[in-house]
Ligand binder design. Structure first.
Ligand SMILES: Nc1nc2c(ncn2[C@@H]2O[C@H](COP(=O)(O)OP(=O)(O)OP(=O)(O)O)[C@@H](O)[C@H]2O)c(=O)[nH]1
Length: 618
């Protein structure tokens, strides 16, 4: 397994990757958080408890902002890297890659500026951490998270809720089981009032990840000391307490060098009548070493869980990305290719409906097998060919007494009037097929998986198909009405020839009859006309019940299969990149989700590679 440096260094690298890819814990977008699985040390303390001083003592450098009210307003993720003795110390920020800071007062200023950038000058707080790496021969490999001091009172410009806001941010860090709590309490205040210990007791009641630090031992009242706590007689925790003596405000004002301050601290404990016997287990250097060892053992213990989480998350994210679909290519050609591919997928499904592969097309043939013949059967030919109607029309057309030969005009008008009735069922068939085709278009769009991500393309596709169907319907309507008109415009010669023969025979017998029968004859004549017309109409009905479906299938169904999107294809092939892009604009939440998943997947894969490399090096 990897050595201590590479393990803590490994976690440092993964933490940097997490923050740069938007994962700093909290799981705000319901994506699993790798950050939360990484062991870290959170520095917690009340205002002016000495947090910043402890950190600067551990680093051995003056680099943290100071001031009144709340100074730390964003978590500072401090990654310490031990370098070779004699090498120059420098610092780097994650948000300023490749920029090395050797002047640590500029580090302090960058922390202030970067804090203000995210929180605004109004002393707000932000959960987004600042990543600061310090490379120095005077540090141990260790990662600490400096959090805002647990404050009680909002100062001017801060929201009233600042105390709760800070506590919930601090809690979001220390509540994680992988987080070690460095609880800073000033020895010159009653430890029972320590904000850090109170919070630590809540989130870590058995104290197996809380590390107690007592600052300001030098400020305790004369004659008192903190041995009860430090020697574990009160507030006992799994790890021994460590006493610290940082620079006083006067030292800070005099810019006492940190190395000098460390030496003074060592001398304080070595010469202290109270703490002399504990001198080797006191002070900021000892604290840094023991924290590093502790962090390394926690990381070592957690590596298997981290690897399991990473592998599980990679599988989940890849599965989700497959469902979300991969991002569409950038250039216009690729966009057009994708659009055409999705249109073809839609057309395939639509044709399957029409050809019987999917339910839907059969309903069209149901119109021809039942609706059309049924409608024709119901047409009111009897009323149209009633005796008085025939008499009226024939008399109007050919005078009262029907000629010896067929009253041709009368026949024409009776037939035309009957044929006109066919237009209703013909139009109804066209409209019924049209609405089924429209329904099948919407159904097919909904069934085309690839289209689900692109609402705009769905809308344009539906509109294009609908206007094509409308055009086909108009052509079909014209055709079927022409079929009906054709039956009127050229009454079959054969019909009239047969009619003439029948009429002639009929008139010979009629001329021999008596005047009394003339009346009957004409009545019989009219009935005969009605039945001849009815016979013709029946013949026409038998024709139309077959030719109307042919026209409808040819103009509407066949066209829908062959040319539904032709116009649409012509249109989009002339569109430019950004116009095509509009067709591919996905709903924003889905795009954002895919982006988040992709970034998180990149993070986990990077972490997996880092761990593989570290284990291999180890
Ligand atoms: N004498 C003495 N003074 C200390 C010690 N630790 C901190 N101080 C002083 O206490 C004051 C607060 O110290 P900081 O390190 O700023 O405390 P903090 O918790 O970081 O404060 P905020 O983050 O601003 O809330 C400063 O004036 C320090 O000089 C110590 O061990 N001994």
């Amino acid at each position: 397994m990897a050595t201590m440096e590479s393990l803590i260094g490994l976690v440092n690298r993964i933490q940097r990757a997490c923050t740069s890819l938007g994962d700093y814990g909290g799981g705000n977008n319901a994506l699993s958080s790798l950050w939360e699985a990484l062991p870290s040390v959170a520095v917690v303390g009340g205002q002016s408890s000495g947090k910043s001083s402890v950190l600067e003592s551990i680093v051995g450098r003056d680099f943290l902002p100071r001031g009144s009210g709340i100074v730390t307003r964003r978590p500072l993720l401090l990654q310490l890297h031990k370098t070779e003795h004699g090498t120059e110390e420098y610092a780097e920020f994650l948000h300023l890659p490749n920029k090395r800071f050797t002047n640590f007062s500029l580090v302090r200023k960058e922390i202030q500026d970067e804090t203000d950038k995210m929180t605004g000058k109004k002393k707000q707080i932000s959960p987004v951490p600042i990543h600061l790496s310090i490379f120095s021969p005077n540090v141990v490999d260790l990662t600490l998270i400096d959090l805002p001091g647990l404050t009680k009172v909002a100062v001017e410009g801060q929201p009233e809720t600042i105390a709760e806001d800070i506590e919930s941010m601090v809690r979001s860090y220390v509540a994680k089981p992988n987080c070690l709590i460095l609880a800073i309490s000033p020895a010159n205040q009653d430890i029972a009032t320590s904000d850090a210990i109170k919070l630590a007791k809540e989130v870590d009641p058995i104290g197996d990840r809380t590390f107690g630090v007592l600052t300001k031992l030098d400020l305790m009242d004369n004659g008192t000391n903190a041995l009860d706590v430090i020697e574990g007689r009160s507030y006992r925790m799994q790890y021994p307490w460590v006493g610290i003596v940082n620079r006083s405000q006067a030292d800070i004002n005099k810019n006492v060098d940190m190395m000098v301050a460390r030496r003074k601290e060592r001398e304080y404990f070595e010469t202290s009548p109270d703490y002399g016997h504990l001198a080797n287990e006191m002070g900021s250097e000892y604290l840094a070493k023991i924290l590093s060892k502790l962090l390394e053992s926690v990381i070592r213990a957690r590596i298997p869980n981290i690897i399991a989480l990473i592998n599980r998350s990679i599988e989940e994210l890849e599965r989700e990305l497959d469902q979300l679909g991969r991002p569409i290519a950038i250039d216009a050609g690729a966009k057009l290719y994708n659009i055409l591919g999705m249109c073809r997928a839609f057309e395939k499904i639509f044709k399957e409906h029409l050809d019987g592969g999917r339910p839907g097309g059969a309903r069209i043939y149901g119109i021809f097998d039942y609706q059309l013949p049924g409608a024709i059967r119901k047409l009111p030919f009897d009323r149209h060919l009633s005796l008085e109607n025939v008499k009226r029309i024939v008399s109007q057309s050919d005078g009262y007494q029907p000629h010896l030969i067929a009253p041709e005009m009368g026949y024409r008008r009776l037939i035309e009037g009957s044929l006109h009735l066919f237009k209703g069922p013909a139009e109804a068939s066209v409209n019924a097929v049209h609405s089924i085709l429209k329904e099948l278009v919407s159904k097919s769009i909904a069934e085309t998986e690839e289209l689900k991500r692109f609402p705009s393309l769905q809308t344009e596709l539906a509109a294009a198909a609908s206007s094509s169907l409308q055009k086909f319907r108009e052509e079909s309507m014209t055709s079927v009405l022409r079929l009906v008109d054709m039956e009127a415009s050229y009454l079959t010669v054969e019909f009239f020839r047969n009619l003439h023969v029948m009429e002639t025979q009929g008139s010979q017998t009629a001329s021999l009859s008596s005047p009394a029968t003339v009346e009957q004859n004409s009545e019989r004549q009219f009935r005969k006309i009605a039945s001849n017309v009815a016979g013709y109409i029946k013949m026409v009905a038998g024709t139309l019940v077959n030719t109307i479906p042919k026209a409808v299938v040819h103009c509407q169904v066949r066209q829908a299969k062959l040319a539904l999107l032709n116009y649409f294809y012509t249109q989009i092939s002339q569109r430019q990149g950004e116009h095509l892009g509009q067709l591919l604009d996905e709903n924003p939440e889905l795009m954002e989700r895919r982006l988040q998943c992709s970034k998180r997947l990149e993070l986990y894969k990077k972490a997996r590679d880092e761990i593989d490399a570290a284990v291999w090096l180890g």
